[in-house]
Design a protein around this ligand. Structure first.
Ligand code: CP
Length: 334
């Protein structure tokens, strides 16, 4: 797949949903990153709240656990002055047999304008987008995509490296079961980076070359070429047993250690989407060391989610509840 060369120039936002980075153009991704940059600046102010989504209702529908994504979507919506509500699957009427779609339609009937959806089934947010009038944001669907994680990784790389042209980014670990990997692949290749997928052959299928990536099984061989290493968690909850001999052998071959950091480029940037397994995918020394941008990623997650909510608000169905998407762009500066 050829990278889309031009990422410059303003883009008129036309999308109602954010379901994945596969669907977005390089220009649309860049527009989100630019908008996130302006929200980063707002987050640094003493008065952080802006009225862009006043009167709007944002519902978090999480059918899988989350620390970063759920809380940062809630905080992002609050900073934009939306009303927010969390839905907890484990204590809901799903246990009485209510379906996923009926659940969402009932929440929409309470006036929800936007549903942030995490689900173990790939395509679940896409399915909902066909059954409700609300805007839908995919907050992670099975091993398919996690677009806001991909966007916050892109923002963190752009802040550290300036641009994507000429960058080599390795995604290391459990690529097969990782929705973060897919969103990173789509985003990075569209913006012009070289992407290498690296891990044990059982976790890095050769078929992913079709997405415009290179495949490598020897981490130490590719490490000196990398500007960025994004260390992906072993998704024990999604994989069959026996895909690699042992956790300690995996760590020896693919773990990001301080020794490996020193063998890499001087300004090697180490990312990890979290949660991290200290001592498995990376050592505590690397996670907390100067090359790590792990907590910057979390900070950027808030700005990215504010940007996505803000851009989608212009396309939300009007329910006559507030100014929201009709707010002029300069209102976010109020
Ligand atoms: N990176 C990420 O999606 O973290 P959570 O599962 O805690 O949301």
């Amino acid at each position: 797949m050829e990278p889309q060369a031009s990422t410059s120039g303003p883009v008129a936002w036309t999308r109602k949903h954010l379901l994945g980075l596969e669907d977005l153009s390089a220009q649309e991704i860049t527009a989100i990153l630019d908008t996130a940059d302006s929200f980063t600046e707002i987050s640094a102010r003493s008065r952080k709240k802006v009225p862009a989504l006043q009167g709007r209702i944002v519902f978090n529908l999480f059918f899988e656990n989350s620390t970063r994504t759920r809380t940062s979507f809630s905080l992002a919506a609050k900073r934009l002055s939306a009303d927010t509500q969390d839905f907890t699957a484990s204590s809901s009427s799903l246990s009485k047999g209510e379906t996923f779609i009926d659940t969402a339609r009932n929440i929409e009937a309470m006036g929800a304008d936007l549903l942030v959806v995490r689900h173990a089934t790939p395509g679940a947010p896409h399915l909902l987008s066909k059954h409700v009038d609300c805007s839908i944001i995919n907050a992670g669907d099975g091993a398919h995509e996690h677009p806001t994680q991909g966007l916050l990784d892109l923002l963190t790389i752009r802040q550290a490296k300036g641009s994507f042209e000429g960058l080599t980014v390795a995604l290391v670990g459990d690529i097969s079961h990782s929705r973060v990997a897919r969103s990173n692949i789509w985003g990075l290749t569209k913006l012009g980076a070289r992407v290498i997928l690296c891990g044990p052959p059982t976790l890095v299928p050769r078929s992913l070359q079709e997405l415009g990536c290179e495949i490598a099984y020897n981490f130490d061989e590719i490490l000196p070429q990398c500007d960025v290493v994004n260390v992906l968690r072993i998704q024990f909850e999604r994989q069959a047993k026996g895909l690699f001999p042992s956790v300690s052998e995996y760590s020896q071959l693919y773990g990001m250690t301080q020794e490996r950091v020193l063998k890499g480029k001087e300004n090697l940037l180490v990312l990890a989407p979290g949660p991290i397994n200290r001592g498995v995918e990376l050592t505590p020394e690397v996670a907390d060391g100067p090359n790590s941008a792990i907590l910057n990623q979390v900070t950027n997650g808030l700005a990215v989610r504010m940007a996505v909510l803000y851009l989608l608000s212009g396309k939300m169905e009007s329910k006559g509840t507030g100014t929201g998407g009709d707010a002029p762009a300069n209102e976010k500066d109020a």
